[in-house]
Design a protein around this ligand. Structure first.
Ligand SMILES: [Zn+2]
Length: 217
């Protein structure tokens, strides 16, 4: 049972107010919202983000920013009901579908791979913790024949929105920026990385690390 004393009630009310005041896309409080800076990018490549419902509640999530920026993209949410999400309708012949996940047999996503087929690419991107992302790879049997691709460029940025447990670990928006840089070109990558840096900068400011945020600029 929740404590009804005045100070605890006040604390709960403040927490609720803070949450209500948060932008659902960038997750910052309204005065710090960065959504006006989100570009609108139309591409032949389609990004499909497969995200766990729990991940959507995390303020460090960057997948939603990518979706907002990329017109030709969609999101599928796992873990909302007891039933397993079925992704087989994604496998349509108009696209060459690839799953962005670093298994042992994953191939490097590079320009050579892209040039092998003229069809536009649909890149399925699991979003969330490594554990959640790995479930998209091994639980969704409908995707078993989809080629796994990875980028082995190490992530050399000094500051992260979350602790990364692998050398090449990147935030989802960063990973999508790198992938689209290879598939679509450097301009798209630069636009998305600018958005990623805006998110990182505002996050550092929120953590009281303004001087670090300035050093990113
Ligand atoms: Zn916002």
């Amino acid at each position: 049972m929740r404590c009804q004393c005045q100070s605890h009630r006040k604390l709960r009310l403040n927490r609720k107010r803070k949450t209500n005041d948060r932008c659902p896309i960038c997750c910052f409080n309204r005065p710090c919202c960065i959504c006006d800076a989100i570009p609108r990018i139309e591409l032949n490549t389609k990004i499909c983000l497969v995200v766990h419902a729990r991940e959507l509640r995390r303020t460090s999530n960057t997948g939603r920013l990518a979706l907002r920026a990329l017109v030709n993209s969609e999101m599928r949410v796992r873990g909302q009901t007891r039933e397993t999400l079925d992704l087989k309708d994604l496998l349509i012949p108009q696209y060459r579908t690839l799953l962005f996940y670093p298994t042992d047999d994953a191939v490097e996503l590079d320009k050579e791979l892209v040039a092998q087929d003229q069809k536009p690419i649909q890149l399925i991107v699991p979003d969330g913790t490594w554990r959640q992302a790995s479930k998209v790879h091994y639980r969704h049997h409908e995707l078993k024949d989809v080629k796994r691709v990875m980028i082995s460029t190490p992530n050399i940025s000094k500051f992260h929105l979350r602790a990364q447990h692998r050398r090449e670990g990147m935030a989802t928006l960063q990973a999508i920026a790198h992938a689209l840089g290879i598939i679509e070109g450097d301009l798209v990558k630069a636009q998305l990385m600018k958005l990623y840096h805006a998110k990182l900068e505002q996050t550092l400011i929120g953590r009281g690390l303004s001087s670090l945020a300035k050093s990113l600029a």
